[in-house]
Structure formats: structure tokens, C-alpha cells
Design a binder for this molecule. Structure first.
Ligand SMILES: [Zn+2]
Length: 331
């Protein structure tokens, strides 16, 4: 059984923190990315953290978030059990509006960890909501990640710059009062498509947060969101300052689209009828001399191309994080 709960995940992060490497946390919404990830992580012998956002759960459940969450959790367990690595599932950016789902996820042990995101609320409200989820998870072994500081995103129009960085002193108070197991901090990255060369990465803030937390006796692993556009040197630098979990979503979305686009462009002539042919998909072109090629239009064909691309990218990102050869699976 390769799926593990939060107790093992805590060990995984502690070891990473102690030895100075990190794990990418990879978003999934469907099976092709999951299989590509499992293949890549198994080949690099790294434990794997996958995560599901509320939007991904809704998509996977045909509009029903709980159905989607159950379904993806089942897939992660079932498919993960075929690989000799540790596999963990995190809930990504769940909010106060999803408390029912959080409750179900804890009660039914659907996940290894949960991120409660109340970072858009004021400090006191954030503490209150995050603490509530920590209390809900008590005794379950499920780890709770909370966020302090605002991360700019594609939908967010936060114009100020300094205002969205995490305050190191607040970070200590926040962890002491919430009891959160992991802390997502804001040091200049953005959700969505960003250009690393334009990002002012405040590694000094990350270092200060790490040091203050260690001094206060709460050396919780730090998390960085919005890392898809960062340069390799930026990733390596930030890991040195105590970041143990780096969230990756946008990069896979892009690679998925590119792999599918490349595949369909390369096989266009066996999927799309030539000019002058009646476009008769209803009769599957039975009246015409041209026939589409089932080997190319079968969704499994493009799916395999997506899986292969994700596997490749996953291995590249494992090398950046330094998690190759780091697995509980063989133990
Ligand atoms: Zn995020």
C-alpha cells in the first residue's frame, strides 16, 4: 500500500527540512496527470505529493465536489498502490466555504493533509478559521497547512507590493495560536503564469520566518505557492531557506495543453477529413473514400502522449526539488 496518511507525511517533511531538499506538490484534476506523475516519481524513486483544489474536485465530480474528491482520492490510493513509493494527497486552497468537505475528508481519511486558506481574511479571522480546522483534524493524523500573507493571483488585483509579504513576527504568533503543521508564506511569487525573471523573490523574508519559527520552538515546514514561473536558480535558493513544499499546477496545465496540441497537429490528417470531403462524423465517413484512423483519435492515444510529457516534466521538477531517491516506499 503506497498511500500514506499525515503521520508519515510529517516524517517526510521533517527529513526534507533537516537535509535541505523539498517536494513539489503537484495538482491533479484527472487521471492522465496522475499516471504521468506516478511514472515519473517511481522512476526517480521519490515520494509523491499530489493535491486537489476545490475547483478540481468539482470538475472531477461532474459538478459535485464531494463526489470528485472521493473519486480522486480513490484513484490516488488505487493507482498509487502499484508503485514502490509513498503517495500522499493534500487538499489545496480549501476555504471556510468548504468546511463540510473538510469534515468529510477528515472523517473518512480521504487525504494526508489539508490546506485551509483564510489568507484573504484579516489576521484574527485567519487565526480563528485555521485553528478551527486544526481542531477538527485532531487525532486524525491529517496535517493542516495554513497561509499567512497574500499571494497575488490571476484573479486577484492586489496592487500593493510590500503588503502581501508575510510578516515574520506575525508568522510566529500565527503558528502558536493556530497549531498549524505547515505554513504557506508569501515572498513574492504569484499564482498562474508569471515570469520568474520579473519576480522579486524575497528570500530574506523566508529566511527570517524560518529563523524566527525555529527560535520560538515551532520549526514548521514552509510552503511556497505560485512557483510555476520561477527560474531553477530561484527554486534552489528558496529551498535553502526552509521551503519544503513547492506547489505546481500551472506548469502541468501548460504541458498538458502542449502535449495534446502537438499530438493532434502531428496526427491531424488521420483525424480531420481532407478539404473537399464531406465532414460526416455522424456516419463516421462511411460514404467517403477517406477514413479516420482509430489509433489516433482514440482518447487513449492523446492521453498516453499527455502522460509521457507529464512524466518527463515531473522528473525535471524532482531534480530541482532534490527529492530523487527520497522515498518511504522501499522501507
Ligand atoms: Zn496556491
Amino acid at each position: 500500500m503506497a498511500f500514506y496518511g499525515g503521520e508519515r507525511l510529517r516524517e517526510v517533511y521533517q527529513q526534507a527540512q533537516g537535509e535541505g531538499y523539498a517536494f513539489m506538490a503537484n495538482n491533479i484534476a484527472e487521471t492522465n496527470i496522475l499516471i504521468g506523475l506516478l511514472e515519473g516519481y517511481a522512476e526517480r524513486r521519490s515520494d509523491l505529493i499530489v493535491q486537489v483544489s476545490p475547483g478540481a474536485a468539482k470538475f472531477a465530480g461532474g459538478g459535485d465536489k464531494l463526489a470528485g474528491l472521493r473519486s480522486l482520492s480513490y484513484q490516488v490510493r488505487e493507482l498509487g498502490s502499484h508503485y514502490q513509493i509513498g503517495v500522499f494527497l493534500n487538499l489545496d486552497h480549501f476555504t471556510v466555504g468548504e468546511m463540510d468537505l473538510i469534515k468529510e475528508a477528515i472523517e473518512d481519511r480521504l487525504v494526508s493533509s489539508i490546506m485551509i486558506d483564510a489568507s484573504k481574511k484579516d489576521f484574527e479571522e485567519n487565526v480563528h478559521i485555521s485553528r478551527k480546522v486544526v481542531d477538527m483534524a485532531e487525532g486524525s493524523g491529517i496535517l493542516i497547512e495554513a497561509e499567512l500573507g497574500k499571494i497575488k493571483g490571476v484573479e486577484d488585483e492586489i496592487a500593493s507590493d510590500e503588503a502581501f509579504y508575510t510578516d515574520p513576527d506575525e508568522a510566529v504568533e500565527f503558528i502558536e495560536r493556530t497549531g498549524a503543521d505547515l505554513l504557506a508564506i508569501s515572498v513574492g511569487t504569484q499564482h498562474g503564469v508569471s515570469k520568474g525573471r520579473d519576480v522579486v523573490l524575497r528570500t530574506d523574508i523566508a529566511k527570517k520566518i524560518r529563523d524566527r519559527l525555529a527560535e520560538s520552538g515551532h520549526p514548521v515546514p514552509l510552503v511556497l505557492h505560485g512557483t510555476s514561473g520561477l527560474l531553477v536558480a530561484q527554486i534552489e535558493e528558496i529551498i535553502r531557506y526552509g521551503i519544503c513544499k513547492l506547489n505546481k499546477d500551472t506548469r502541468y496545465q501548460y504541458e498538458y495543453a502542449r502535449a495534446a496540441y502537438d499530438f493532434y497537429v502531428a496526427h491531424a490528417s488521420s483525424i480531420v477529413p481532407p478539404q473537399g470531403t464531406v465532414d460526416d462524423s455522424t456516419g463516421l465517413f462511411s460514404e467517403s473514400d477517406w477514413t479516420p484512423n482509430k489509433a489516433d483519435f482514440d482518447p487513449r492515444a492523446v492521453g498516453r502522449a499527455v502522460q509521457a510529457r507529464v512524466k518527463e516534466v515531473a522528473m525535471e521538477l524532482i531534480d530541482q526539488a532534490g527529492s530523487a531517491g527520497r522515498t518511504l516506499g522501499g522501507n
